[in-house]
Design a binder for this molecule. Structure first.
Ligand SMILES: Nc1ncnc2c1ncn2[C@@H]1O[C@H](COP(=O)(O)OP(=O)(O)OP(=O)(O)O)[C@@H](O)[C@H]1O
Ligand SMILES: [Mg+2]
Length: 428
């Protein structure tokens, strides 16, 4: 067992954290060990080594095919529970850790946002952390429909005594503090079902995080968020586009298209069962005819009992290219239609399993007319198959969120205590 030294450690009472991504294609769990950021050097925000070394070492991962989830929403509780159990079992076997608590990611077209603002009078002359919390609470107090749950309150701007454009007012002098925020909400029943699946799988949910918020934390640099960047996660069932500008998320869209559509096209075009089509896509898929040799052949099975056959690879690429063009066309329309194109000075960062297909990055660059890079976790230690994999960005970010919650709970002696669930008071 590679990580036997941490056997019998439980996520509940130690420095072990776990992120759970219940995706449309696969359920994925990563386990990490929290190690305080090195004291040497700061990255300019006053937090020691935050981006260079973020205080998290991933030690293993478990995954299972996703059953019971469609486009980010639970459609079958029992099947989802089984998938979660299978992924958790694999992660536990690999790491020797008994996983009891997780931070869960959520996405899907049920996610929405409401702009809001709050204002408070500052009692002391200097604005403190409590004032910031109070003004954010005031902004959060906007009426949300009973069937929505607030996931995040993202400050976009603070205004002190009428002076706007402030990103952190702590320590400033002033008597009137205003905050402009984006409140990210999700369907209460969708979130509740996800949490219930975790509970049925024997896990306590510490927090529920919108996937792009988690992925951004793992892969985007502060500079990119300041300059303007689009984080695009192309998963199995959905494509999440999150826009960042002036340091914060300013907008997001969820398109109901993903890698599964490519597989469907192959299944129909080459008359293959879905699973076989999935293998062909992963083994030979490419989205650009100009990237392959016209004489290339590939071997495909024809389903049960039928002999394998050789076909030109161009047949496959002719199926995939129009689908990729259509997908990036939709993404381009979303970027330009919302007036973001000129704001994306740092370009586009791609995550999600579907971006692993050959040609996706080049096609993205051609159609979006923006610089594109693959989004892999940075500042986190761990095995290259997790850290260097754009399909693990979101789940790594979930573990990172939990690690950061651990730091917030560090006592004066530098000891970690159990993290309190942020979900107390939810689902009353
Ligand atoms: N090497 C590969 N080549 C092509 N496609 C791939 C490859 N690896 C994974 N995929 C595709 O990526 C998709 C799954 O990606 P991911 O694991 O990010 O999705 P998910 O999180 O389960 O789904 P969602 O985010 O939509 O809920 C599937 O369509 C899968 O076929
Ligand atoms: Mg996903």
């Amino acid at each position: 067992m590679p990580f036997g030294f941490i056997k019998d450690v439980t996520a509940k009472n130690s420095r072990i954290v776990a992120g759970l991504d219940v995706g449309s294609t696969r359920v994925c769990v990563v386990v990490g060990e929290v190690c305080p950021p090195k004291k040497s050097g700061t990255n300019g925000d006053g937090i020691a080594g935050r981006e260079n070394h973020r205080g998290l070492r991933l030690i293993g991962m478990g995954y299972a095919p996703s059953r019971g989830i469609k486009k980010g929403v639970v459609i079958n509780i029992e099947q989802t529970v089984e998938s979660i159990k299978e992924a958790v079992r694999m992660a536990e076997e690999q790491t020797g850790v008994d996983i009891r608590t997780v931070t869960i990611g959520v996405t899907g077209s049920h996610i929405g946002y409401i702009p809001s603002q709050g204002v408070i009078a500052v009692k002391e002359k200097e604005i403190g952390r409590m004032d910031v919390e109070m003004v954010l609470d005031a902004a959060r107090a906007v009426a949300t429909p009973f069937d929505r749950e607030v996931l995040h309150v993202i400050p976009t701007e603070f205004i002190v005594n009428g002076q706007g454009g402030i990103t952190d007012p702590t320590g400033m002098a002033g008597i009137r503090l205003e905050a402009k925020v984006q409140i990210i909400t999700g369907s209460a029943s969708s979130i509740r079902n996800l949490v219930r699946c975790c509970e049925k799988a024997g896990l306590e949910a510490l927090d529920v995080v919108f996937q792009p918020v988690a992925a951004a934390e793992a892969v985007l640099t502060r500079d990119e968020k300041d300059l303007g960047v689009a984080l695009i996660d192309i998963g199995g069932g959905t494509t999440d586009i999150a826009f960042f500008h002036e340091g914060h998320m300013s907008h997001f869209s969820v398109l109901a298209v993903g890698g599964g559509n490519f597989t469907n096209d192959i299944a129909i075009g080459l008359r293959l069962p879905f699973q076989e089509a999935e293998q062909v896509k992963k083994g030979h898929g490419c989205t650009m005819l100009s990237m392959i040799n016209s004489g290339e052949e590939m071997n495909i099975g024809c389903g049960e009992g039928k002999p394998a056959r050789n076909i030109p690879r161009t047949h496959l690429v002719e199926i995939l290219q129009p689908r990729a063009e259509e997908l990036f066309g939709l993404i381009r329309d979303e970027i330009t239609g919302r007036g973001f194109h000129n704001l994306l000075n740092a370009g586009v960062v791609l995550t999600g399993g579907a971006v692993l297909m050959q040609g996706m990055d080049v096609m993205a660059e051609n159609i979006l007319a923006l610089p594109v890079r693959a989004g892999t976790a940075s500042g986190i230690e761990g095995p290259p198959d997790i850290i260097g994999n754009p399909s693990c960005a979101a789940v790594a970010g979930l573990a990172l969120r939990e690690a950061e919650a651990c730091f917030a709970e560090l006592d004066g002696n530098g000891f970690f205590h159990g993290i309190k669930s942020k979900m107390i008071g939810w689902f009353k």
